[in-house]
Design a protein around this ligand. Sequence first.
Ligand SMILES: NC(=O)c1ccc[n+]([C@@H]2O[C@H](COP(=O)([O-])OP(=O)(O)OC[C@H]3O[C@@H](n4cnc5c(N)ncnc54)[C@H](OP(=O)(O)O)[C@@H]3O)[C@@H](O)[C@H]2O)c1
Length: 249
Amino acid sequence: MGMNLQGKVAIITGGSRGIGYATAKLFLDSGADVIITSKNSKTLNDAAKKLGGCFAVSADVTKTIEVSNVVKKGIEKFGKIDILVNNAGIFPRIKKLHEIEESDWNNVIDVNLSGPFRYTKEVIPHMLKNGGSIINISSDAGLKAYQDFNADAYSASKAALILLTKTWALQYAPNKIRVNCICPGVVDTDMTAPFMRTEADREFMNKDHPIGRIGTPEEVAKAILYFASDDSAWTTGAVLAVDGGESVK
Ligand SMILES: NC(=O)c1ccc[n+]([C@@H]2O[C@H](COP(=O)([O-])OP(=O)(O)OC[C@H]3O[C@@H](n4cnc5c(N)ncnc54)[C@H](OP(=O)(O)O)[C@@H]3O)[C@@H](O)[C@H]2O)c1
């Protein structure tokens, strides 16, 4: 039998699209009760309808009160939270450091870094009862520098998430709460669509990955499932690149 999440309750942030949506689908297929959340309630409800059998609560990750409400609604409905996937994120337009407004910087940090902080802080008290698994979605951009890429808040937010993964893993290992991190390379989602408008651009992106192609949301979801499930029971504080070999170049 494959990995299963029977009897587990999971919150997936950014579950309306891309990697979060593929993860919600795989978690449902693996037997979990799934709560998806994202900012735009229409996109979220459409996604929930398409997925079938999953619970949707819209919230902006930058609003503490809305984040609290997602966890509260999840507890009211399912009685516990076993898994948190900190996946919601934004990728700003590529600019050089001296062209970035301070408000752009703050916004990216608020979503990509403080978002996971808010959700994790909110679920930990519930996980202290039965243990749990938290999966942070970082990026190859948090592992190394890229010349033509954002030398800005995106890389900073993703690098910080890697270290927070390790810190939280150490803090809560005695409480049987595991915290792991995934660093995807370029994955075919709305986030990366602006960089692949032409066939030539797509070809360039494919070639940039040693395996010869960009990834699919489903391929990242499978790695998230591993960290979510008890099959990874002895793994915490781990950082897994799921990136076609990009980060080891
Ligand atoms: N795609 C890649 O190549 C790639 C590579 C490395 C890492 N990642 C990371 O993987 C994660 C998912 O990426 P993706 O490509 O699947 O992104 P995506 O297709 O752009 O989807 C982003 C998701 O995050 C949600 N979100 C954004 N801002 C939010 C906010 N303020 N509050 C609540 N939800 C918010 C979006 O919901 P709304 O539509 O409601 O805003 C959407 O559900 C991100 O953290 C990203 O940085 C992606």
